[in-house]
Write a protein that binds this ligand. Structure first.
Ligand code: SF4
Length: 421
């Protein structure tokens, strides 16, 4: 049996696909290990959404080669799809497979004769984890002006509902207590192209047909939040957390981004969701320094984000992606200005997240414990995605336990486990 280490950069969809690859490879007799150093094969599932993601991919591939000169090294994912030649020219990668070909990884590896045949040990197995990501669709046909994903992932296509249910059942059977339904754009989920077979119907189906204890959606857009979908949160297994990428809180900028919604649409959708789902956490992504973004537009975005009371904001300085319309727009913003705006938006993100967490203090939440982070200190997540730390002498891994939220702890909260609660 050959040992393989898999690593993933970028979005949850990439993570879901890496998990799927791990399952497929295990079925073919591979042993999954934690690092390139221990592996006969190392595969990086790359991302190319910013130039920073590209740089990280090149760095990790070089590190892997340095750590293990004899290993077979592969790159797959969006960077491999967009610029295979660039990765090959690094001189450290043996196999480059784009998104359309990544499902062939096991086959391609199987065809290589230089893999050693020693038995290896079962290290870093995918069992024992708490949260599993399941892909429901991929591809995007929206063509936001800054985004390279429609070119690297192709048009929207969905997986059959029965296949999704089967995979969720399989993960639950393997011991996972939480499943995240992911995709490039989960709201674009359609089966048979009929409007009634969209995301709401799929989520209802998964809740009805599987014993999953916690279910999340990876991210949604304002237009996805139909009454049908929101009504499903009556089932407490669906986590009260929505990640809704805003990208900019300035009306003029979202128009230039071709996001397909107005700031007012976004605000209305969040307010409907908050009415329907008590205790809802709304998190977002924001790009700063989009081409032509003036100081006034940035401040408008900052004000809007403040008003929305996000539970967290992921901040991205704009990164021009070759081949996208925004890369050719006039008024590219100076890097120093981008850095300054990122700093100001991050400051707001910290304040906003802290305010959200403080409102939870004194309440009790059902925490899914992930693992130990220090001597007798455990870390886990609430249903609304707040990180909680607690002390315990017992092994809390993969347990769902009620916790009293009693104080602040770094970028999370401090909890006291209520055993038997
Ligand atoms: S919706 Fe826009 S940002 Fe999201 S993947 Fe599609 S094009 Fe990219």
């Amino acid at each position: 049996m050959a040992r393989i280490a898999l690593e993933s950069l970028g979005c949850k969809l990439n993570q879901a696909e890496t998990e799927s690859l791990a399952w497929q490879l295990r079925d073919r007799g591979y042993v999954i290990v934690e690092s390139a150093e221990m592996a006969d094969v190392y595969v990086l599932n790359t991302c190319t959404v910013t130039h920073v993601a590209d740089r990280k991919a090149r760095h990790l591939l070089r590190l892997a080669r340095r750590a293990n000169p004899r290993a077979t090294i592969g790159a797959t994912g969006c960077y491999a799809q967009r610029a295979p030649g660039e990765l090959e020219s690094l001189g450290v990668v043996d196999i480059v497979l784009g998104n359309q070909e990544k499902h062939r990884l096991a086959e391609v590896l199987g065809g290589r004769s230089d893999l050693p045949g020693d038995p290896g040990r079962r290290l870093g197995d995918y069992r024992g984890r708490t949260r599993s990501l399941v892909k429901i669709q991929e591809g995007c046909s929206s063509y936001c002006s800054f985004c390279v994903v429609p070119y690297t992932r192709g048009e929207e296509r969905s997986r059959p509902p029965e296949e999704v249910v089967e995979e969720v059942r399989h993960r639950v059977g393997a011991g996972y207590r939480e499943v995240v339904l992911t995709g490039t754009k989960v709201g674009a989920y359609r089966w048979d192209g009929e409007a009634h077979s969209g995301l709401a119907r799929l989520v209802a189906h998964v809740l009805r047909e599987t014993g999953v204890e916690r279910l999340r959606l990876s991210s949604v857009q304002p237009g996805d939040l139909t009454p049908d979908l929101l009504s499903l949160w009556a089932d407490s297994r669906l986590c009260p957390h929505l990640h809704m990428p805003l990208q900019s809180g300035s009306q003029a900028v979202v128009e230039r981004m071709n996001r397909g919604y107005s700031i007012a649409d976004y605000e209305r959708a969040v307010s409907l969701a908050r009415q329907a789902v008590p205790g809802l956490a709304v998190t977002t992504d924001v790009i700063v320094g989009f081409p032509g973004e003036t100081e006034a537009e940035f401040e408008e975005s900052l004000r809007f984000c403040r008003r929305m009371g996000f539970a967290d904001i992921h901040v991205f300085p704009y990164s021009a992606r070759p081949g996208t319309p925004a890369a050719a727009l006039p008024g590219q913003v100076d890097e120093r200005v981008k850095r300054d705006r990122a700093r100001r938006m991050l400051e707001l993100a910290r304040q906003s997240a802290r305010r959200f967490r403080q409102e939870l203090m004194g309440s009790t939440a059902l925490v899914l414990w992930e693992g130990q982070v220090g001597h007798s200190v455990w870390s886990g997540l609430t249903p609304n995605y707040v990180r909680v730390f607690a002390e315990s002498e017992r092994d809390l891994t993969n347990r769902l336990l009620n916790v009293r939220l009693v104080g602040e702890h770094g970028r999370g909260l401090l909890g006291e486990v209520v055993y038997g609660g």
